[in-house]
Design a protein around this ligand. Structure first.
Ligand SMILES: *Cc1c(COP(=O)(O)O)cnc(C)c1O
Length: 463
């Protein structure tokens, strides 16, 4: 198993090199040279596995024997030990055709933990095995930062610096970062926006000599290891559902931002998991929904919504889907992306759009509709969903059918977004793990929004 770039201008590489590279050096994204194909017998055997055993099987197919099975098993055990549910991603049933896969039982109560707990352990494993230092630099609009810090804190050989926009993340998200009292963790509250943070990170990574000298690595959502970790819950949810209801058609409704979550499902289906259909749910930032509907991929104006982790203008994993959509042809992808850079849009032909619409049904959820759905689910099922999950629920209501079971992916614990729930009169406290954060001492560093200033901080931190 080797990994290649969607743009075809990088020499094929192994699993660990692909994880360390993150984004491909030619600006593309890394994909497996060939997607493993599961037989009916494989699927039968996997159907009885625990979440962790399934994760080991899946990583084993992709890890190219660069990591022994024993080490892989340890990595997986370490990654999911801290989840509050024995099943890691338990599947709940709302009624005959509606199910919820709860992906938020990790340390920071968001589904990012599923991938970042594993990536943190994998980085630590590589640092140890190659006797090298790994310093992680990332920017966050909220969930990713807290989750990445939790994924690597206390791991030998790893340090992490996260930039977040000062006063623009939720109180809980900030506490999850600032109460981590660890000399290997540096949080910087930047006096600017999330876009400023991302721009600064890009500028620092672009200084190749600086990046090399300080062993800087990224944690953004385009890392192949994150995608692989996320395929596991599609298998797990599917098996639990058909175990209870043999023969049922199973579809997934996925709240989408950077397309990482959904691409993981697409990959699971390509491996042979018989998923009936994907419902792609966006909030008002609906570039993907418009693409599925019209075949034009083009950013529009930014909308502030109740689901900030899906407030994106460009879906960074979308290029992986384009690669498969256009017949695994890197030259085509390269020219499409060049066209996108030059003209700010991608236009697909009617026959391609037809294929896209076979792959996904899409729905964009308005702000009011999101809150209405939260209220309706609370009233009807006595089940509280967070605003991100509510987008998937609303899309499932709109596009689901009585002839299939739809699994709504629940990506955040509702308590993380109590402010939005309160707008519909749903008042609830925090789980004790979050409540405790309010009593811990905070270390907070507010910094000027200038690349030199932040680079200087970074140099002191890594000295
Ligand atoms: C990141 C995130 C999403 C979107 O996932 P993508 O992989 O970016 O599509 C949805 N919900 C929550 C709570 C998230 O943190």
């Amino acid at each position: 198993m080797r990994y290649i770039s969607t743009r075809g201008k990088v020499a094929p590489m192994g699993f660990i090199d692909a994880v360390l590279m993150g984004m491909a050096d030619d600006g593309g994204l890394l994909v497996p040279e060939q997607i493993p194909s599961l037989s009916a017998e494989d699927l039968r055997r996997w159907a009885g596995l625990s979440y962790r055993d399934l994760a080991v099987e899946i990583f084993w197919l992709y890890a190219n024997q660069e990591i022994s099975r024993k080490d892989l098993t340890e990595l997986v055990d370490d990654s999911y030990r801290r989840f509050r549910d024995e099943q890691v991603t338990p599947l709940g049933r709302l009624d005959e055709n509606r199910y919820v896969a709860e992906l938020f039982h990790g340390p920071t109560f968001a589904f990012k933990d599923i991938a970042l707990q594993f990536l943190g352990n994998l980085y630590a494993y590589v640092a140890h095995r190659t006797n090298s230092v790994i310093n992680i630099l990332g920017a966050t609009s909220g969930d990713t930062g807290a989750s990445a810090v939790e994924g690597v804190r206390g791991k030998p050989g790893i340090r992490i610096c996260i930039l977040y926009p000062h006063q623009k993340v939720s109180r809980v998200q900030e506490l999850q970062m600032t109460t981590v009292n660890d000399s290997h963790v540096l949080n910087l509250a930047v006096q600017g926006t999330f876009d400023d943070c991302q721009r600064i990170i890009k500028e620092i990574f672009a200084e190749v000599e600086f990046k090399r000298r300080y062993h800087l690595r990224a944690v953004n959502s385009i890392n192949m290891a994150r995608i692989l970790a996320q395929t596991v819950y599609y298998f797990y949810a599917y098996f639990r559902l058909v175990e209870a209801e043999p023969g049922k058609k199973v579809s997934f409704s996925v709240p989408t931002g950077n397309f990482g979550n959904l691409f993981a499902g697409y990959l699971a289906k390509k491996m042979g998991l018989p998923i009936h259909r994907f419902i792609l749910a966006t909030n008002e930032n609906n570039i993907l929904e418009r693409y599925v509907r019209e075949g034009v991929y083009q950013p529009s104006e930014f909308h502030r919504t109740y689901s900030p982790s899906m407030d994106i203008q460009i879906a960074s994993n979308f290029e992986r889907y384009l690669y498969y959509l256009y017949g695994e042809n890197p030259e085509t992808v390269d020219s499409i992306m060049a066209e996108f850079r030059a003209h700010g849009r991608i236009v697909s032909s009617p026959s391609t759009v037809q294929q896209v619409q076979t792959d996904f049904s899409a729905y964009s959820v308005g702000n009011e509709e999101c809150l209405e759905t939260i209220a309706a689910y609370h009233q009807h099922y006595g089940y509280v969903v967070d605003p991100h999950t509510a987008c998937a629920a609303a899309a499932a209501e709109k596009l689901g059918s009585e002839r299939e079971a739809t699994v709504i992916l629940a990506t955040a614990h509702p308590a993380k977004f109590n402010e939005a729930l309160a707008l519909r009169g749903i008042l609830q406290g925090y789980p004790k793990e979050i409540e405790q954060l309010f009593d811990l001492p905070e270390t907070k560093t507010v910094v000027e929004c200038r690349t030199e200033v932040i680079q200087d901080r970074l140099v002191h931190f890594l000295a």
